[in-house]
Write a protein that binds this ligand. Structure first.
Ligand SMILES: NC(=O)c1ccc[n+]([C@@H]2O[C@H](COP(=O)([O-])OP(=O)(O)OC[C@H]3O[C@@H](n4cnc5c(N)ncnc54)[C@H](OP(=O)(O)O)[C@@H]3O)[C@@H](O)[C@H]2O)c1
Length: 216
């Protein structure tokens, strides 16, 4: 939601979602103008269609941010013991749903020469113990993004690693641990906005590399 606030402050018209209707409504209420909040699950094809339709009604999407994601079981099991149904859910939410949403949004994005942001993680590229389910799903997101970038050269496709952030998911990843030393999500928003303004070529982006002294 920090990114939604940052985008709205720059005049972007937004379509946002989340499964928790109350939390979504509360977040949307804090955004001053032009936000369509649709509660739903990105694994639901009807919900995905409603999101793209809502974007169409305000002129069509020129940016798709695939941010919704889940960690999977907490504490995270070793791959040797990873429950396969849980793994399927992690892949459904983190890999299949963003690709499905991308497929729906692509015709409009092509018209606008738009951009896609797929939120990834260092767990996609590092072999952290216990991160095999979530990490392999994010690795799949990264490779799908790489291929999409080659297939859609008129668009920008960025797979963006935001770094460790103090969120619900991060707390789930470190159950019982004090994560108060991790930065708040709002701290990376300026780097995110810089990415959108600078429009570098498609590729993997570490937001920390886009920080300026003013952000620190
Ligand atoms: N926090 C970190 O340190 C970190 C580091 C690297 C990457 N990331 C990535 O950053 C993104 C955001 O994660 P976060 O840390 O902010 O986690 P979070 O606090 O758990 O937030 C996840 C967001 O995704 C939404 N969501 C989850 N499943 C959904 C579904 N099936 N349909 C629709 N919305 C869904 C949640 O809303 P509802 O619960 O209301 O559905 C919530 O808004 C994820 O892609 C995550 O992998 C996070």
């Amino acid at each position: 939601m920090a990114l939604a606030h940052g985008l709205a402050a720059q005049g972007w018209r937004l379509v946002i979602d989340g499964r928790d209707a109350d939390a979504l409504a509360e977040a949307a209420a804090g955004i001053p103008h032009d936000v369509t909040a649709l509660a739903g699950d990105v694994t639901d094809p009807a919900h995905r269609a409603a999101l793209v339709e809502a974007a169409h009604r305000i002129g069509g999407a020129d940016l798709l941010v695939n941010n919704a994601g889940i960690l999977g079981p907490s504490p995270q099991p070793a791959l040797a013991d990873y429950p396969l149904d849980a793994l399927r859910e992690v892949y459904e939410v983190n890999v299949v749903a963003p690709l499905a949403l991308t497929q729906l949004a692509l015709p409009g994005l092509r018209v606008h020469k738009g951009a896609i942001v797929n939120v990834t993680s260092d767990a996609a590229v590092e072999g952290y113990t216990g991160w095999g389910g979530y990490g392999s799903a994010k690795a799949a997101v990264e490779q799908a993004s790489r291929v999409l970038a080659a297939e859609e050269p008129a668009l920008r496709v960025w797979w963006v690693d935001p770094g460790d952030l103090r969120t619900r998911m991060h707390q789930q990843a470190f159950p019982g641990e004090d994560i108060s030393d991790r930065p708040e999500p709002a701290t990376v928003v300026p780097a995110f906005l810089r990415l959108l303004a600078d429009r570098p070529p498609s590729g993997r982006i570490k937001l920390a590399d886009l920080f300026t002294p003013a952000d620190l």
